[in-house]
Design a protein around this ligand. Structure first.
Ligand code: SF4
Length: 360
């Protein structure tokens, strides 16, 4: 697993953003330039003074954009060079309590939007940057302000924002019609067409009704939407009905992602009751995908190892798991489709992974 947070010591008094630079290709004002490297780690010098980071080499860290927390003694690799999986965790607060949440919410919020904005302005050319939480739109004005300023200054960047869609209002339509939002896509979860079931899964009464209101706002704004449905035992058999709902009411979405469960957060303790062995019964998933396709809705599968998906739907299984938390079973070694395969989350039950794969 790639470590995203590393021990660090810094002269500074407050958190700051820096781009780590070995000196190749020049050093500019935002850079911390390499001055020393040994077996322990790397030392840089920049406008905030000396920065020492342990546990990685200068080559590994070169051109990474980090947020340095001098008091906490750590450096977060916010934007890793060459990664397509960089995500800003803008808050850990959330108004929902999904029964399979991979990132259980916290009550407190630390406002780091200004630091994230500085980091994004240093991003590699043509990057796609993820935004996640908690629920980012709890701080909707801060979020939209950050996106708009960054996109105005960096026309090469795109954002993908994960949101539960509980906070968009009619007042947002005009703002979201701005040309800059053509470079923003919104990843929005829906778990069932039945309100009682969806609301129970997300732990919030009235959630589906409020989501429908937000969807109408986003549709009027011409927003780009990736609909997301995490598969759990509770909604597996309800997927075909959800497909009919999506085809009838949400035809304006770009794509519908059906996602296998991640064994972390709340899902870890509830794994036995939540995890669906799709390789044993793909029926409702296949029916949902086929119905969506017949009605012009493009579906895709996230976190489904390719060899566990029946052949007719296998090409919909994407290499969706972020590089820093992805691994493959030992049994995957001879597989020819590994590069196209999601593999497994680092924390997926190892025996389940080893027993479940059939190299292609
Ligand atoms: S054998 Fe491994 S790499 Fe190949 S499809 Fe299965 S899970 Fe993916």
């Amino acid at each position: 697993m790639i470590r995203l947070t590393l021990p660090a010591a810094s002269d500074a008094e407050a958190p700051y953003v820096a781009r780590l630079n070995t000196g190749r290709g020049g050093v500019d004002e935002a850079d911390a330039a390499l001055v020393d490297e040994d077996a322990e780690g790397v030392t840089y010098l920049g406008r905030h003074g000396v920065l020492a980071i342990d546990g990685a080499s200068a080559t590994e860290l070169d051109r990474d954009v980090v947020i340095v927390d001098p008091v906490g003694g750590r450096a977060e690799r916010i934007l890793r060079r060459g990664s397509g999986h960089n995500t800003l965790l803008v808050t850990e607060r959330c108004d929902q309590l999904c029964l399979m949440c991979s990132q259980p919410p916290k009550k407190t919020h630390v406002d780091r939007f200004a630091l994230f904005e500085q980091a994004c302005l240093l991003a590699e050319s043509d990057s796609l940057i993820g935004v996640s939480g908690g629920e980012p739109t709890l701080y909707k004005d801060d979020l939209l302000g950050m996106l708009e300023r960054v996109l105005a200054e960096r026309p090469d960047l795109e954002f993908h924002v994960l949101t539960n869609g509980q906070f968009f209002d009619d007042d947002d339509v005009a703002r979201l019609r701005d040309e800059r939002y053509t470079r923003v896509s919104w990843g929005i979860p829906i778990y069932a067409a039945d309100a009682a079931l969806h609301d129970r899964i997300v732990g919030k009464d009235g959630a589906l009704s409020r989501l429908e209101k937000s969807m109408a706002v986003l549709a009027r704004a011409g927003a780009r939407i990736e609909l997301r449905t995490v598969l759990v035992a509770d909604n597996a058999d309800a997927l075909p009905r959800l497909a009919r709902y999506v085809a009838k009411r949400l035809r304006f979405i770009e794509v519908w992602s059906i996602m296998q469960l991640e064994n972390i957060g709340f899902a870890r303790a509830r794994w036995a009751s939540l995890f669906v062995e799709h390789a044993r019964d793909f029926g409702p998933i296949g029916d949902a995908i086929d119905y969506a396709a017949l009605h012009g809705i493009r579906a895709q599968l996230f976190n489904f190892p390719r060899c566990t998906v029946p052949e007719p739907w296998r090409d919909l299984a994407r290499a969706s798991i972020s590089d820093w938390k992805r691994r493959y079973a030992d049994a995957c070694a001879p597989c020819r489709e590994r590069d196209a395969c999601s593999g497994f989350f680092e924390w997926h039950p190892i025996q389940q992974a080893e027993d479940g794969v059939t190299p292609l």
